[in-house]
Design a protein around this ligand. Structure first.
Ligand code: BGC
Length: 557
C-alpha cells in the first residue's frame, strides 16, 4: 500500500460483538472493561481496527440494535468515561475504533418514540416515525403488505388505531428520514462520537433508510430472488442479477443522506471512515454507496454468501473488484459476522448450501468439523491475500464453529419468537468467546464469577481457547496471527491489483506485485504448486510440491 493511502483502504477490522467478547465485571455479559483488558491480544493478533456492535443505552430487545439514547452507553456495557478510555487506549495500541450506528430505527423506549406515543395521531411528534392509518373499513388491516425481517408483519397497531412501521422487531420503530429533524439529529450524533475520537462507523441497515413516499405494497417476488443465492449457480447467471425497484430497500434517494454524512466525517481531522451494511441486488448497486462523495467502504456480502466453489468465488471477486474499482473504492472481504452461521460450520457440509439473504441458512447434511476447519483456514488465506480490506468476526481466529445445539430455553434472538419458533435465529454464532481454562466460562468472565455467561458455552471448547492455541503452530489462532503480520509487512498485500494465473478447474491462483502468489485448491485432487522461491505460509503443510484439496498457500515468487 502506498504510504499516503488512507488506512481504511486495506484495513483488517476485527468485529467485537460486545456482549460475547469479554466480561470485565462478572455479570456474564461482555462489556467495555472486557474489551480494554483484551487490547493486548488484539494488538498481538495484528488487526488495524475494531468494529464494536452497538454499545448505546438500550432495552436490548435486539441486543443493542434498539437504541434508546445514542449519546449514552448502556450500563451493562459500562460508562461514557470507559468508552472514551477504551478509544484512547486502543489508539495507544495502534488500533482504531469504529462503533455501530443504527439510523434506520430507534428503540420504542427512545424519547422521540415515547413522545410520539403520548402525542397521538396527527401530532408533529409522530412525523419523525412512520405512522399511518390502517386499511379496510375500520383500519384493522396494516397500511401495506411489508414484512418484518424477523418474521410477521412490519406494522404494529396502537390502541389509538394508528399503525407504525418496524422493518425489524416491534420494539424497533423505523424513523422517517424525510424529516429534517431526523437528519439533523444523526449528524449531531456522528459529531458527538467523532469528537470523542472514534475513527468511523459501521452503518446498520444502510440501505433501508429511505422508504417510497407512498408506501406501496411489495413488488411481486421475481426470480432470481432479489438478493438471490450465489452458491452453486453459474457465475454468468450471477452476473445477470437484476436490480428490482423496491419500496424500502436500496432506494436511490438514500445516497443523498450519505453525501451529507461524508461531509460530517470530513469536518474531522484524520481519516474517519464509514462502512455500510448495505444489501444490494448487484455489485453495481453496492458500488453506488461508495462513490467518492459517499461512504468509504461497504461489506461484501456476496463473498460471504458464496459457496465453496472456485468458479463462483472467482466471479464474486472479479465483479467486486470491477464494480468497486470503477468508483475508486477498495473492496472488502468478510466470511462471518454476528448475523450468520459461522463459516467453519457452513463450509463443514459436503454441499455448501445455497444461501438467500434474509432467510436462515439451512445447512445441508451433518457437520464435518475437520472439513469445515480445513476450508476455513484456506478461506482465511484467500481473504487476506485479496486486494482491499477484510473483516474478522470475533472467534473466527479461534476456529469456532456455530453452536447448533443451544437448548431452546436459552435462545434470545427475537427471530426465535417472531418466527413462531421455526427459525432458531442467530444465537449460535454469538456464544461468548473462550479465552482460557478447561471449563466454562473459559476465562470469558473473571475467575470465581458465579454468574454464568449469557449464552452457555459448549463443554468441548477447552482446546479452542485463545490460551490453548497460543504458541501452537498448527492452531487457527497462529495461522491468523502469522497471516496478519505477513500481510502487514509484505509490499504486495493490502490495497492494489491482482492477476489471475492459469490453473486447472477448481483451483484459484492469483499473483500480486511484487513477487507474491496465492493458490487455493477447491477441487478434490491435489495440484502442483505454482513456481515459487519460498512457501511463505500454508493453511496445512505442503509436501512433494503438491497443494492438497481444501488448502491454500502464500508463495514468494
Ligand atoms: C444487524 C442485525 C440487527 C438488524 C436490525 C442488522 O442488519 O446486523 O444484527 O438485528 O440490523 O438493527
Amino acid at each position: 500500500m502506498s504510504q499516503t493511502a488512507p488506512w481504511w483502504r486495506d484495513a483488517v477490522i476485527y468485529q467485537v460483538y460486545i456482549r460475547s467478547f469479554a466480561d470485565g465485571n462478572g455479570d456474564g455479559v461482555g462489556d467495555i472493561a472486557g474489551i480494554r483488558s483484551r487490547l493486548p491480544y488484539l494488538k498481538s493478533l495484528g488487526v488495524d481496527a475494531i468494529w464494536i456492535n452497538p454499545w448505546y443505552k438500550s432495552p436490548m430487545a435486539d441486543h443493542g440494535y434498539d437504541v434508546a439514547d445514542y449519546r449514552a452507553i448502556d450500563p451493562v456495557f459500562g460508562t461514557p468515561d470507559e468508552a472514551e478510555q477504551l478509544i484512547e487506549e486502543a489508539h495507544r495500541h495502534g488500533i482504531r475504533v469504529i462503533p455501530d450506528i443504527v439510523p434506520n430505527h430507534t428503540s420504542d423506549q427512545h424519547a422521540w418514540f415515547q413522545a410520539a406515543l403520548a402525542a397521538g395521531p396527527g401530532s408533529p411528534e409522530r412525523l419523525r416515525y412512520v405512522f399511518r392509518p390502517g386499511r379496510g373499513p375500520d383500519g384493522a388491516q396494516p397500511p401495506n403488505d411489508w414484512v418484518s425481517c424477523f418474521g410477521g408483519p412490519a406494522w404494529t397497531r396502537l390502541p389509538d388505531g394508528e399503525w407504525y412501521l418496524h422493518l425489524f422487531a416491534p420494539q424497533q420503530p423505523d424513523l422517517n428520514w424525510q424529516h429534517p429533524e431526523v437528519r439533523g439529529e444523526f449528524e449531531d450524533i456522528l459529531r458527538f462520537w467523532f469528537s470523542r475520537g472514534v475513527d468511523g462507523f459501521r452503518i446498520d441497515v444502510a440501505h433501508g433508510l429511505v422508504k417510497h413516499p407512498e408506501l406501496p405494497d411489495l413488488p411481486p417476488r421475481t426470480e432470481p430472488a432479489v438478493l438471490g443465492p450465489l452458491s452453486r449457480r453459474d457465475p454468468a447467471e450471477h452476473r445477470c442479477r437484476q436490480h428490482v425497484d423496491h419500496p424500502h430497500w436500496d432506494r436511490d434517494e438514500v445516497h443523498e443522506i450519505y453525501r451529507t454524512w461524508r461531509k460530517v466525517a470530513d469536518e474531522f481531522p484524520g481519516d474517519r471512515c464509514f462502512v455500510a451494511e448495505a444489501w444490494a441486488d448487484t455489485p453495481e448497486r453496492l458500488a453506488a454507496y461508495v462513490r467518492p462523495d459517499g461512504l468509504h467502504t461497504a461489506f461484501n456480502f456476496d463473498f460471504l454468501m458464496c459457496g465453496w466453489d472456485a468458479k463462483d468465488l472467482r466471479a464474486v471477486i472479479d465483479d467486486s473488484l470491477a464494480m468497486l474499482g470503477a468508483v475508486g473504492a477498495p473492496a472488502t472481504w468478510v466470511l462471518s459476522n454476528h448475523d450468520v452461521m459461522r463459516h467453519v460450520s457452513r463450509y463443514g457440509r459436503r454441499t455448501v448450501t445455497r444461501w438467500t439473504a434474509g432467510e436462515p441458512y439451512v445447512p445441508d447434511g451433518p457437520l464435518d468439523l475437520d472439513l469445515g476447519t480445513r476450508r476455513a483456514r484456506a478461506a482465511a488465506l484467500l481473504m487476506l491475500a485479496l486486494p482491499g480490506g477484510a473483516y474478522i468476526y470475533q472467534g473466527e481466529e479461534l476456529g469456532l464453529p456455530e453452536v447448533e445445539n443451544l437448548p431452546e430455553a436459552v435462545l434470545q434472538d427475537p427471530i426465535w419468537e417472531r418466527s413462531g419458533h421455526t427459525d432458531r435465529g442467530r444465537d449460535g454464532c454469538r456464544v461468548p468467546i473462550p479465552w482460557s481454562g478447561r471449563t466454562a466460562p473459559y476465562g470469558f468472565s473473571p475467575d470465581h464469577t458465579s454468574t454464568a455467561p449469557w449464552l452457555p458455552q459448549p463443554p468441548d471448547w477447552a482446546d479452542r481457547t485463545a490460551t490453548a492455541q497460543t504458541g501452537n503452530a498448527t492452531s487457527m489462532l497462529e495461522l491468523y496471527r502469522t497471516a496478519l503480520h505477513l500481510r502487514r509487512d509484505h509490499p504486495a498485500l493490502g490495497d492494489g491489483d491482482m492477476t489471475w494465473l492459469e490453473t486447472p478447474d477448481g483451483v484459484l491462483t492469483f499473483a500480486r506485485d511484487p513477487g507474491f502468489v496465492c493458490a487455493v485448491n477447491l477441487s478434490t485432487d491435489p495440484h502442483p504448486l505454482p513456481p515459487h522461491t519460498t512457501v511463505l505460509l500454508s493453511s496445512a503443510p505442503v509436501t512433494d510440491g503438491l497443494l492438497p484439496p481444501d488448502e491454500a498457500v502464500w508463495l514468494e515468487v
